[in-house]
Design a protein around this ligand. Structure first.
Ligand code: PBG
Length: 332
């Protein structure tokens, strides 16, 4: 059968018809909001590169988390800006004074039912801004993956002790997921799930985040450990390895320029929960376009998040979440 008997526009004629045949719907329960926690007191710094986002001190972050929970947000991903940076990022395993450990305790108290996920990495905590321990190879400073694994084990055990409900390793360190699973299991936290940044690309779309989390590399870039933008097959190997090492959720990052990777991962691993990170640059592009009046912010946000979901995700990490709920953008 074909035109004129078939007219696909018939089912587009009204809101009722369109919503009846809609294939993809966004659910607030599938969305996670990132939060930036600053070590100092009384901090509420607007992040210039990410309009509408803030660095918050521990007490303000706790208060904010409670507000987010009341708005309907059920889960947050925590990033920390520590007091002191050193070559190994030891703030990440400081049980008492680590910025994330302090944040976990305060947020648990303020919003007991909020799911607290920690970003597990070192770039915000090292003075060189790279995602692990450095070593020299042929006179050049490079990441020492194996030495970094030992510190990842310390970091996740400390996060779990302080109340992390889930950990999310983002450093693209070989073997991280297996090491983290063992570390959690060995310290009494076998119930804590891992959301692995499995296929994380060396992307320019992280630009605004570097400002937000103060984790820009002091020299060079991250191309020797994050994935080459040009590769798709390799992403499936990364995802497959992380599943084999015990990842409970796998993530593709960034989202919008990598919808093909999301689709590939969904098709190859149909039963595995799949997340995508709608990253800082993707957020700021929308904010700037809306600010200048080039397009409607609600429509842009819903189009982007619907596209990511349509590609095959179950979960999206997005800085837009507070705006979505505050303005009721999912209500109709
Ligand atoms: C690493 C980390 C980064 C992001 C999340 N975790 C920065 C990087 O890899 O350079 C980027 C998130 C974003 O751009 O929104 N700790």
């Amino acid at each position: 059968m074909s035109f004129p008997m078939v007219r696909l526009s018939r089912l587009r004629a009204s809101d009722t018809l369109r919503s009846m045949v809609r294939e993809t719907t966004l659910e607030v329960t599938d969305l996670i909001a990132p939060l930036f926690v600053h070590h100092a007191d009384n901090i509420r710094n607007p992040i210039a590169s990410m309009p509408g986002q803030f660095q918050l001190s521990v007490d303000n972050a706790a208060e904010y988390a409670k507000q987010l929970f009341d708005l309907g947000i059920r889960s947050v991903l925590l990033f920390g800006i520590p007091t002191q940076k050193d070559p190994v990022g030891s703030d990440t395993w400081d049980d008492n004074n680590g910025v994330i450990q302090r944040a976990l305790r305060a947020l648990k108290q303020a919003a007991p039912d909020m799911l607290l996920i920690t970003d597990v990495c070192f770039c915000e905590y090292t003075n060189h801004g790279h995602c692990g321990v450095l070593t020299k190879r042929n006179g050049e400073k490079v990441i020492d993956h194996d030495a970094t694994l030992e510190n990842l084990a310390l970091q996740v055990a400390s996060h779990a002790k302080a109340g992390a409900d889930m950990v999310a390793p983002s450093g693209m360190i070989d073997g991280a997921v297996g090491t983290i699973r063992e570390a959690l299991d060995g310290t009494g936290f076998s119930h804590v799930p891992i959301m692995a940044y499995a296929a994380k690309y060396a992307s320019s779309f992280y630009g605004p985040f570097r400002d937000a989390a103060e984790g820009a590399p002091e020299f060079g870039d991250r191309r020797s450990y994050q994935m080459d933008v040009a590769n798709a097959g390799e992403a499936l190997r990364e995802v497959e390895l992380d599943i084999a090492e015990g990842a409970d959720i796998v993530m593709v990052k960034p989202a919008l320029a990598y919808l093909d990777i999301i689709r590939d991962a969904r098709q190859r691993f149909p039963g595995v929960p799949l997340a995508a990170y709608n990253v800082s640059g993707e957020y700021t592009m929308v904010k700037l376009m809306a600010e200048r009046g080039y397009a409607d912010e609600k429509q842009l946000v819903l189009e982007n998040l619907t596209a990511i979901t349509r590609a095959g995700t179950d979960i999206i990490l997005t800085y837009h979440l507070r705006d979505i709920l505050k303005h009721g953008w999912l209500d109709d």
